[in-house]
Ligand binder design. Sequence first.
Ligand code: UD1
Ligand code: CA
Length: 460
Amino acid sequence: MNNSFACALVLAGGKGTRMHSDSPKVLKSLLGESMLYYVYKALGPSIGESIFTIVGFAAEQVEKAFPEMKDRFVLQEEQLGTGHALQMGWERIKAACVEYCLVINGDTPLVQESVISDFLESVKNDGADLAFMSITPDDPASFGRVIRGQDGQVVAIVEAKDYDEAVHGPVSGEVNAGLYCLKISSVDGLLSKLSNKNNSGEYYITDLVDLAVECGMNVTAVNVGKSIDMMGINSPFELAQAETALKLRTAEQLLKSGVTLHNWDSVVVGPGVVVEPGVEITGPCEIYGQSVIKRGAVIQSHVRIVDSVVESGALIKAYSHLEEAHVGSDCMVGPYGRLRPGAVLEEGSKIGNFVEVKKAVLGKGAKASHLTYLGDSEIGAGTNIGAGTITCNYDGVNKHKTVIGEGAFIGSNTALVAPVTIGAGALIGAGSTITKNVKDGDLGVARGKQVNISRTFKKS
Ligand code: UD1
Ligand code: CA
């Protein structure tokens, strides 16, 4: 659904020189998601689908990361400044047939839905021709400085590089946050007046402020005080600061919702993760992607979970790694368990230390307690897999499947050469290399017979 009041333009074309990286700044990640992900997430509820994005540096990488935004990217071939970026997007904005355009810097991942909706609400009430958000951080750093006249009315934004105390007076501390709301009909005539005669040689979007003031338009700065929500990320240090802030913000929300966290400030939970109240997590620990952790699950420290589901009552012991896995209720994993994509543990099953599971299903109550690899396999309910069991699933060209029935017992140090099927209730002797199917209930043994040969020792 589109907002009939405003569309949005995200400025994401810059290289991010201060980041010293070959990839575009807006794709740098915080808690496993890119800066742009957070900006889109905050805009979505207020704006709907009319979100356009200026891309320039490594445009194809940015476009590839957000296929759902296809057809709403606008290429700024040369990055001649934020004002130039706006000029490039203007035709698309006008074609959106709305009254206002919200413009936001793409390097502001701390922005929240409420920041956008509150700002739009204040513009609606005020009817400004040009509104922008201002903040008063402890350090005005490289932010554009807001200049107000005697009467307190906004006069201009002067960029840090162009600020001269002798001309502009002492710095007030109020700076431009990089979020604007432009009445399209009012700003239309101002855009062509932007110039690049400044210390950066760039066209600044911020120059629209004094151009609008000169024309007698209604220009307002909505000051939100010290808030870090619109913090711009220009360097690795600022990225680290923002990521820490996001991590603590998320942990705080989890605690307030009823999740128990030990060592709470080292629990890292990505923005797409669902953690139900009643879960217990000990940091340091990382949970990313679309993971879901259900009520009553316990996650110990040094665990990394990506795009996985952990059902209620499951226990993930320390140092375990889960990726695209499904852990059923009351299961136990680890310590040092590794679940790779397609690992499914059904209710009450268990994998212990140094067990790796890939594209395999462990039936209810099945157990693999030590030092095992289970790949491309189906393991029946209640089956016990002895220490050191390996499914030999790869012949160098293709992957093959191992199927083990219910209630089977696989002795320690067994190699199951796939494709192979072990029947329900079958028993495999320890140390076997199994290449042929074993029927239900049968005993399969495939190992050299032990020979004891007496030896006579000669004293030298
Ligand atoms: C900008 C503002 C500054 C404000 C600060 C808030 C200008 C001139 N200055 O400064 O007043 O306090 O943000 O964080 O706007 N971009 C393009 N094309 C370009 C140049 C930049 O798309 O040609 C994009 C960048 O990718 C970035 C955003 O615009 O996401 C802001 O650019 P950046 O260079 O970070 O501006 P700042 O120097 O931080
Ligand atoms: Ca910036």
